[in-house]
Design a protein around this ligand. Structure first.
Ligand SMILES: CC(=O)SCCNC(=O)CCNC(=O)[C@H](O)C(C)(C)COP(=O)(O)OP(=O)(O)OC[C@H]1O[C@@H](n2cnc3c(N)ncnc32)[C@H](O)[C@@H]1OP(=O)(O)O
Length: 198
């Protein structure tokens, strides 16, 4: 596979791929100052052939940039990858390009879109729907039947109670507790969650 972005997030993805004896062919990053990552050479100026050679995973934590790169991908998208310790229901659906980190749980009939991040120890409960490019940060918990719109970032250690709808491109702050629906394009912090930015 090819990886885009030589970031800390990519390092975690490399660990997952190596633990499953997977093969990383190229790591791309357009910052010419980054030459290597965890022992892999970083390609700053890839050829068309390199870009199309393998299925891709985008190792970029920023949801907007991940979408931008996905929109301009030359090659195909790799099926989701997950750490060996992740617990994923057989009835869950996970989109291509999504990465699922150590100790994450995705329960029955959850639907996770493309290029999402389910980070370390996150819980995505039964029948949750996550649209493309959503990031559930470490130790965040999404209760049953919640829907989260495209590109939203749910902060580290936050909680969302069951049945809510969170809009697209929302940011939920670290440690927030969300107890009511959240509209698109806002930042919410605190317990109970309150909107601080639109
Ligand atoms: C593997 C990984 O590392 S994954 C990465 C995980 N990281 C995260 O989850 C980070 C989540 N981000 C946050 O919590 C950020 O603080 C954000 C996005 C909510 C806000 O960031 P900014 O937009 O830069 O807001 P800023 O720092 O200016 O804060 C605005 C106000 O909100 C408050 N605030 C910011 N974050 C929080 C929070 N999590 N909880 C409560 N209050 C908060 C600030 O104290 C400030 O209050 P004031 O106006 O009374 O002084």
């Amino acid at each position: 596979m090819n990886l885009y972005g030589a970031s800390g997030h990519t390092k975690v993805i490399i660990d997952i791929v190596k633990s499953k004896n997977g093969q990383i062919d190229y790591v791309f990053d357009d910052n010419p100052e980054i030459k290597s990552i965890l022992g892999y050479e970083v390609v700053n100026y890839p050829t068309e052939e390199m870009l199309k050679s393998k299925l891709n995973v985008i190792g970029i934590g920023n949801n907007r940039i991940r979408k931008k790169v996905a929109d301009s991908l030359k090659g195909g998208v790799h099926p989701y990858i997950s750490h060996l310790s992740a617990v994923i229901s057989a009835s869950a659906e996970i989109g291509d390009g999504t990465v699922i980190m150590a100790n994450a749980t995705i329960n029955s009939e959850a639907q996770v879109g493309k290029h999402c991040i389910i980070n370390t120890g996150a819980v995505v409960e039964h029948e949750v729907i996550l649209e493309d490019y959503v990031h559930i940060s470490p130790n965040a918990s999404i209760a049953g039947d919640v829907q989260i719109g495209e590109g939203s970032h749910i902060g580290i250690g936050s909680s969302v109670i069951q049945g809510l709808t969170i809009g697209k491109w929302v940011t939920v702050g670290a440690g927030a507790v969300i107890i009511e629906d959240i509209p698109d394009y806002v930042t919410v912090v605190g317990n109970p969650g309150r909107i601080i930015k639109t």
